[in-house]
Structures are given as structure tokens and as C-alpha cells.
Design a protein around this ligand. Structure first.
Ligand code: SF4
Ligand code: MG
Length: 325
């Protein structure tokens, strides 16, 4: 099948490593070919851990990630294939490019690792520059000679150089000016359509996620709280945490992050000693007694699911904090 799936035990291992000792049951996530899954949550929600797992930087002792039926991530025993299958773009492009390498050398590096010949590389680099809308005049420049947007274009060229099927985008526009942000998001969407890429788009910036994601996965303390199609989730969130995230989208300055406008009190609890029952109960405005003791199941809300005892009531509630979104 043309999808990649993270099975329950994999997620258990992954999130178990950072958040809990007991297993999280009934959690699975499948991303289809050509789809963008937005992963949102506050700092410390486990978003980057998810990225690290898919890119193989974290090693689960159990479970697999498969794309088109073949394992990737730490589950593969062939790191070279992994590099070719999953590309990654980080927030800070200028610092993720080796300062001693020219743009040309930086883009060539993954191709050399994959054994492309000099002729093949030259041809591929020309194609890549075209794809990311840079000219060959940029080839001899160094990272410090590039603007933030240009550096991110180079990072994208590097990430797609070896024709991966999946791109992990970890806060790819969070460090960019608002004006540049839009052009990089548009570039990413065009490249995705042209190359039929699957995106895992990780961000605390819900405005950016809303712009690109087909589906959204909401994370809190290393667990998935809600997963659903982007449009529905923005219109009718079915989890109080999703509601809080949406209410935090700033009306005035779209570059403001969730952390600056967040409506919930308190910090994310320590992942070492997570709350009992529903992990969100210590901050949830709707929490009731049973939330302290009973772990909520994944409740089907028609177009996705929510891990809240009152998912249906939340989804049916007429007033959403920000109707305009
Ligand atoms: Fe809030 Fe309870 Fe739902 Fe958890 S289960 S999100 S604490 S209402
Ligand atoms: Mg992070």
C-alpha cells in the first residue's frame, strides 16, 4: 500500500521513551502517499521526537515504520536506504548547512553518499536548483552569504536530492520572516505536487499548518490527542486541547507563536511523571473526576478521532473560541 504506518507498539516505544512507562494503547498513525500530516502541540509535546524517530535519529527497540511496505526509520538495517527514503528539513537552515561548504557542495553531499557519479550529480544539482527556484549563481556561495529564505531553499534541495518519498519538515518556516514564510510554504506545496511526496509537517505555528496540512495530529505529552482532516479539525475540534490551541492562534500578528498567546494556565507537566488518567486533566477546563483516573479511549467522531471522554460533546458544542478561523 502506498502509505507509511507507525504501529501501536512503535508509538508506545517512542513515547514510552520520553514520557511514560506504561504503554499507550490503541494509537496508530498512517500517512498516505502525497499527503501532508501536520503535527502540532506545544514545546515538549513530543513533536520532535516523532520527527527523530521517522528520520532514524531515535531508535525504538520495537516496531516499524513502513513506506510502500518497506521499513524505514530506525527499523531498517540499511542506513543508506533510510537516507534515500526520508529527507528532513529543520528550522534553522543556515546552521544546518556546513559553513565551510559552498551551496553546490552542500547539495552534492547526499548524492555523493548515495554513490551518484560526477556527471549524474551535475545534472541533478541543476534540476534541484530549478525546483527550489535558485540560480546557478548561488552554487559558489556559503551559508553566511545567503538570506534565511535562500538557505531554507538550499536545505530543501539537499533534503530532496536523493528522491526520498517522505519529507520530515520540523518547524521549516518558524525562523523566517512572515513575507518569506509564505513563499517557502508555496514552494513546499509545489514540490510536493510535482514529486508526489509525503510530508510530516511539524510545527507549533497553527497558521502555517492550516495552510498546508491535509490532516492534523495534535500531540500533548507525547500522546496523540486528536487526529482528523485539517478543515474539520479547525471548524469543529473534538478535544479541549485542540480547542485551546486554536484559540491561541493570534488574530493580529500571524508570526506570534502558540507559547505567546496560549490560553491554558500552567506548563506542560513533566513527562517523567505524567498525570494519571487523561494526561491533559491538570490543565483541561472541562476536566471532571473520572478524567483523573480513567484513560480516555480513542473516540470516533466521524471524520477522525479524539482521545477525550467527552469528545462528542466537545465536537457538538456550538461555540468555538475562534469562529472566524
Ligand atoms: Fe479534558 Fe477529561 Fe477530555 Fe481529558 S478526558 S481532555 S481531562 S475532558
Ligand atoms: Mg521541537
Amino acid at each position: 500500500s502506498k502509505s507509511f504506518a507507525m504501529d501501536d507498539s512503535l508509538l508506545d516505544r517512542l513515547f514510552g521513551n520520553v514520557t511514560r512507562l506504561e504503554a499507550v494503547s490503541d494509537v496508530s498513525l498512517t500517512v498516505d502517499r502525497g499527503e501532508t500530516l501536520g503535527v502540532v502541540g506545544e514545546s515538549g509535546s513530543g513533536k520532535s521526537t516523532l520527527a527523530n524517530l521517522v528520520t532514524g535519529l531515535h531508535t525504538p527497540t520495537d516496531g516499524t515504520v513502513t513506506i510502500d511496505g518497506s521499513p524505514v526509520g530506525a527499523a531498517t538495517d540499511r542506513p543508506a536506504d533510510l537516507l534515500a527514503d526520508v529527507g528532513v528539513v529543520f528550522q534553522n537552515a543556515s546552521s544546518s548547512i556546513n559553513p565551510r561548504m559552498t551551496v553546490g557542495d552542500a547539495i552534492a553531499e547526499p548524492l555523493i553518499t548515495q554513490g551518484w557519479s560526477a556527471d549524474e550529480r551535475e545534472e541533478r544539482i541543476a534540476e534541484l536548483l530549478d525546483l527550489v527556484e535558485l540560480s546557478d549563481q548561488h552554487l559558489d556561495r556559503y551559508a553566511h552569504e545567503l538570506s534565511g529564505g535562500q538557505a531554507q531553499r538550499v536545505s530543501i534541495a539537499r533534503a530532496i536530492a536523493t528522491e526520498p518519498r517522505v519529507l520530515v519538515l520540523d518547524e521549516p518556516v518558524s525562523a523566517l520572516d512572515v513575507s518569506v514564510k509564505g513563499s517557502i510554504l508555496n514552494l513546499l506545496m509545489r514540490i510536493q505536487a510535482e514529486l508526489d511526496l509525503t510530508y510530516l509537517f511539524i510545527s507549533h505555528d497553527l497558521s502555517a499548518v492550516k495552510h498546508v496540512a491535509d490532516r492534523i495530529a495534535v500531540m500533548y505529552l507525547g500522546e496523540l490527542m486528536e487526529v482528523g482532516p485539517a478543515a474539520d479539525l479547525f471548524e469543529r475540534p473534538a478535544h479541549p486541547y485542540t480547542q485551546a490551541l486554536l484559540a491561541a492562534i493570534p488574530d493580529v500578528d500571524p508570526s506570534t507563536s502558540i507559547e505567546d498567546t496560549f490560553v491554558l494556565e500552567g506548563d506542560v507537566p513533566s513527562p517523567v511523571d505524567p498525570p494519571s488518567g487523561c494526561v491533559f486533566h491538570t490543565r483541561c477546563p472541562m476536566a471532571e473526576e473520572r478524567c483523573r483516573s480513567e484513560v480516555p479511549d480513542r473516540i470516533d467522531v466521524g471524520r477522525g478521532w479524539s482521545r477525550c471522554h467527552f469528545a462528542e460533546e466537545v465536537a457538538d458544542a456550538e461555540s468555538v473560541a475562534h469562529e472566524s478561523h
